[in-house]
Each structure stands twice: as C-alpha cells, then as structure tokens.
Design a protein around this ligand. Sequence first.
Ligand code: C5P
Length: 294
Amino acid sequence: MTIHMQDEAVLTIPAPAKVNLALHITGQRDDGYHMLDSLVVFGGASDVIHFRQSDHLHLSVTGPFSEDLRHEPDNLMVRAARLLAEEFGLKAKADLTLEKNLPIAAGIGGGSADAAATIMGLFQLWDRTVRDETLRAIALSLGADVPMCLEGSCLRAEGIGDELTSGPRLPNDLGLVLINPHIPISTPDIFKNLKSKDNSPMGPIPSAFLSATALAEWLSEQRNDLELAAIAQAPIIENVLQALNDDGDCLLARMSGSGATCYGMFATKKHAEYAARRMAFSHPNWWVSHGGVQ
Ligand code: C5P
C-alpha cells in the first residue's frame, strides 16, 4: 500500500478495490459463515482517505458515491478508529476525509478497503506500533474481507477469507475494467441463496503467470460460485458480463465477490483504458472504471 506524507499532520492513503478473480465456496461453518478459496487482486479503482490531526474523531465523505453513505449509522472507518484507539489506550481523535469513488455494496470490498486503509493511516498518524496478530484480529472483527485489504497485494484467501497466502506473480502490465450497473447487492442475501453444487477448491495455482492470456486461461477453469445467486437477484449482471465478453479485447469476464461489479481482464492497461471508454460510451448508465493491478 503506498502512503503519501504531505506534511506533518496530513496523510493520504488509497483504498483500492478488492477484486475476486475467482471465488470458490468450499463449505460452511457451524456459525453460518462460508469457507472459500479465492484469488484476489487489488486495483482498477480506489477510494482515497485523507488523515489530519484533530482533537475529535470526525469523518466527512466526498466523491461520486458519498450520498450513498450518508445514512450509514455505523461507518466501518469510525469503528476501525475506535477499536484501534482502544487497543492503544488512546482517545480516538483524527479528522478523516473519505473520497468515495467506489460504488457501495458492490462486491469489490469498498467498506473493507476503507477500514483497512483507516487502520494503516491511524497507525501512522498516532505513531504507535502493534503486533501483526493484534492488527489482524482487529481487522477480522470488522469484517471477513478487512484482513485481505490490509495486505493489499495479490493473494489467495481461504478459511472465511482470513487465511491469507501470497498469490502468484502477475504480468506487469495487466489491465482490468470494472463495471457496476448501479444495483446494490446484499452479501448475506447472496450467501443465503447460493446455487452452486460444486464445493471444489481452485485448481493448483502456478507460482507466476507470464502473460495475461495464460492467467485468463487458468481463470477460465475456475469459478465465482456466487454469480448465479447474484444474477437471480439482479439479472442485469448477465448483460454486464455479455458486454464485456462481446468486447474483442476482453480476455475474461467474471463477477467479483457477491456482485454486482464484474471485471474484464485485458492484456495491458492501455487495452483496458480503451475498452472502458467503449463501455462507458455504449452504457452511459453504468459505472465503468479501469486500471492496473497490484
Ligand atoms: O464479514 P462480513 O460482515 O463482511 O460478512 C457479511 C455477511 O456475508 C456475513 O454476515 C455472512 O452472512 C456472509 N459471509 C459468509 N461467509 C463469508 C463471508 C461473509 O457467509 N466467508
């Protein structure tokens, strides 16, 4: 995760989208949480968080999706700040500004990415140290996807999403297009209505993919087991996948997380940029973003 120190009191940290390139559901625990096996990358679009010193804890939200957060009573960033302050024995005080560029309830971990970036930022702002396990436990208590967002680089997630190992080396210039049709999806609803009968984990992952084509070929053998349940709730997801698949340069299209955001994989960032322009032009009502991957 890149951290930019602008002056003594101000930090700016990006909170990149979490994209599940593949997501296999392998079982269910007694407490209802599902076991999974997922290859995760970060990129394609980012929220951005600005941190300033303050005597109180204050969060303001700007950006294209700020309205959608207005009525959220217990923002994950505020909860993250309080938990971290408690751990340090401090009063929670910081002025946080969230630039909300990622759609809400979209399967790309926006809230989890923001919580993880808040932890990273406050850690710096409050100039404290903490054991990695403590940090991971705080992250996990905020949500199953928060620990992976703390890592912020290509990884394999197992367990309920909290058992993390480094992922394969990816081609340098890999490009992604992210599309969301502006339909919010409730993750618990999708897990409840799972339609997949196949509980198998992902196939063995090579240590490196030398080209985007090789990665797309490997991914074409993997799945997102939440896709059918999400399509049943929001059939437009199929249109998004179709639009990406119809693009001559798109190597693979799949839904991320519990949807409705889908990703298209492209050989280079330039290919992704041009495809995103085509998509935005032909579907002006969809949120379309593009970028590289980390
Ligand atoms: O942990 P988080 O709050 O992000 O999860 C939201 C909901 O998604 C959970 O309450 C649960 O219903 C479902 N979930 C699941 N298995 C996971 C992660 C989430 O069933 N591994």
